[in-house]
Design a protein around this ligand. Structure first.
Ligand SMILES: NC(=O)c1ccc[n+]([C@@H]2O[C@H](COP(=O)([O-])OP(=O)(O)OC[C@H]3O[C@@H](n4cnc5c(N)ncnc54)[C@H](OP(=O)(O)O)[C@@H]3O)[C@@H](O)[C@H]2O)c1
Length: 500
């Protein structure tokens, strides 16, 4: 691919400045952008193309982790243009079309076009519709490809996701549409499939016969401070579960696809997400716990209560923490509990999958020794470090039969060259290469919303349950501990020290 016009709607926003732009820089620095890649930014703010280029340069200096090379930045931004306009006004698209034509007149007429919608989610259908109206996304012989990336969240419920899928399908082919979830850009999330299907030792035991339960955690220390308006209308369940947590769940539980192509992987993931059900014993409190942080301290820094966040109602019942007990209703996973939790303002930033295996029969050990045997736990660490750990039992090297738990660890940074990445690099590169494997299909998105519908529709809406308070800087509400204690289990502590 030698050329690409990258049109970014929402080019002055947080996502672009903090994440997309550094990702584009990293791609440029490693030679992975097309030779002739030109940026066009669209937003409502009044500014010249010159001022836009300068603001992108400033954003790169502020947000790039690692060395800043002015030559790379200049190469990336030299031909960047700015089109001012509201996405609701037809004139915006006419101006965009003119800017694209002007760029292409003097170069290749068949430049590929990627439209990135870094916009508020309710605007996606309007923009895609208008792009088609102005003939900007039609693919014809000799025009090059036209693709659109839409950000998460994709809808706020099953009905709205289905309506959005229908609206986008009116003017855009499914193979032109890339629904992004940047969790899939993380090497450790992609590694789940390699670990499962690329190592002969795991698949034979990856099922109900050997696995006792699975915990998936995405714990954040950040608060809702900068995103009060969006967050209060959304909450932890809608913001994180149907997308990030379910992407991880699908990678852990999917059946092996016949090929690693986009279609086979999407079908396998949609099928397993379609089998997700509330767990527990039929009571609401068995399957869902919602929490909301109160004032506290994280790493010694005082944090205001969620209800004191700008743009959040002082009586808000929005959850900033959610814990779920789920089942995956397939022969492989029958009766294996899947415990998921995510929240803001927690004690530690940590994202991981912990797979706890059934215990071995302890007959050969004395009662005292058997008590010290721990269950084997395979931990797939996603953040802050990326790696894999395994908890084993071992005999200590002394004359007695002293048994205790030990950890085996592998961390990406010890084995692979440090790759400077914010997580969007692979996804943007894949989209430019036409590979949608790591993006979400319409079926996957709908299956995700269908699986959380029992929680979002009846239970949360009824207001009957929570949110339970938890102090900022804690491990979450005590009620979430009870969710597992009922099954005789406990959450893994949110500690940063030990991988397994
Ligand atoms: N920020 C993140 O960390 C993050 C992470 C994952 C996903 N996302 C998703 O990414 C998208 C953007 O988020 P963000 O945090 O960057 O939001 P943001 O900071 O509020 O930026 C929104 C951008 O959209 C533009 N915009 C809004 N309404 C417009 C309109 N009617 N016409 C033209 N431009 C308009 C804004 O520019 P003007 O106001 O100047 O027009 C601004 O450039 C959202 O869908 C969000 O859910 C964000």
């Amino acid at each position: 691919m030698s050329s690409c016009r990258l049109v970014i709607f929402g080019a002055t926003g947080d996502l672009v400045r903090r994440l997309l732009l550094p990702a584009l820089y990293n791609l440029a620095a490693t030679g992975l952008l097309p030779e002739r890649c030109a940026l066009i930014g669209v937003a409502r703010e009044q500014q010249s193309s010159e001022a836009f280029r300068q603001s992108l340069l400033d954003a790169l200096r502020e947000h790039l982790s690692g060395r800043f090379d002015l030559q790379v930045a200049t190469r990336l931004l030299a031909s960047a243009r700015y089109v001012r306009g509201d996405i609701d006004y037809p004139g915006t698209y006419a101006n965009l079309a003119a800017a694209l034509t002007a760029m292409e007149e003097h170069r290749v007429a068949s430049a590929n076009r990627l439209f990135y919608l870094a916009l508020p989610p309710m605007t996606f259908a309007t923009v895609v519709n208008n792009l088609a109206r102005f003939d900007l996304t039609t693919e014809r012989e000799g025009t090059g490809w036209r693709r659109v990336i839409v950000e998460k969240p994709f809808g706020v419920s099953l009905d709205s996701a289905m309506a959005l899928n229908r609206a986008l399908a009116d003017t855009l082919g499914e193979r032109q549409l890339y629904r992004i979830d940047h969790y899939l850009g993380k090497a450790s999330v992609q590694n789940i499939q390699t670990l499962r299907f690329g190592n002969g030792i795991f698949e034979p035991i990856w099922n109900r016969e050997y696995i006792d339960h699975v915990q998936i955690t995405v714990a954040e220390t950040v608060t809702a401070e900068r995103r009060g308006r969006f967050y209060d209308a959304t909450g932890a369940l809608r913001d994180m579960v149907p997308n990030h947590l379910f992407q991880i769940l699908a990678a852990v539980t999917m059946e092996p696809p016949s090929h690693f192509d986009a279609r086979s992987v999407h079908e396998a993931k949609a099928a397993v997400l379609g089998a997700v059900r509330p767990g527990g014993y039929g009571e609401r409190s068995d399957a869902l716990v919602r929490g909301q942080y109160t004032a506290g301290a994280i790493d010694g820094v005082n944090v205001n209560a969620y209800r004191d966040t700008p743009y959040v109602a002082s009586s808000s019942a929005t959850e900033t923490y959610v814990a779920l007990n789920l089942r995956v209703d397939t022969p492989r996973w029958s009766e294996v509990p899947f415990y998921l939790r995510t929240g803001k303002a927690l004690k530690r930033h940590r994202a991981e999958v912990a797979i706890t295996f059934k215990r071995s029969p302890p007959m050969m050990f004395s009662e005292q020794q058997a008590e010290r045997l721990t269950a084997n736990v395979l931990v797939l660490e996603i953040a802050p470090e990326e790696g894999v750990g395994l908890r084993l039992n071992a005999k200590s090297p002394n004359p007695l039969l002293d048994i205790g738990g030990v950890n085996m660890k592998f961390q990406f940074r010890d084995y692979f060259d440090a790759v400077r990445a914010v997580g969007y690099e692979k996804l943007i590169h894949d989209c430019m290469s036409g590979d949608s494997t790591l993006f979400q299909s319409a079926e996957m998105v709908e299956a995700g919303w269908r699986a959380v519908a029992p929680f979002t529709d009846g239970w949360v809406g009824s207001g009957a349950q929570g949110p339970y308070p938890y102090p900022a800087g804690s491990q979450g509400p005590a009620e979430a501990d009870a969710l597992l204690a009922r099954d005789g289990r406990a959450w893994r502590p949110l500690a940063e020290e030990d991988i397994a």
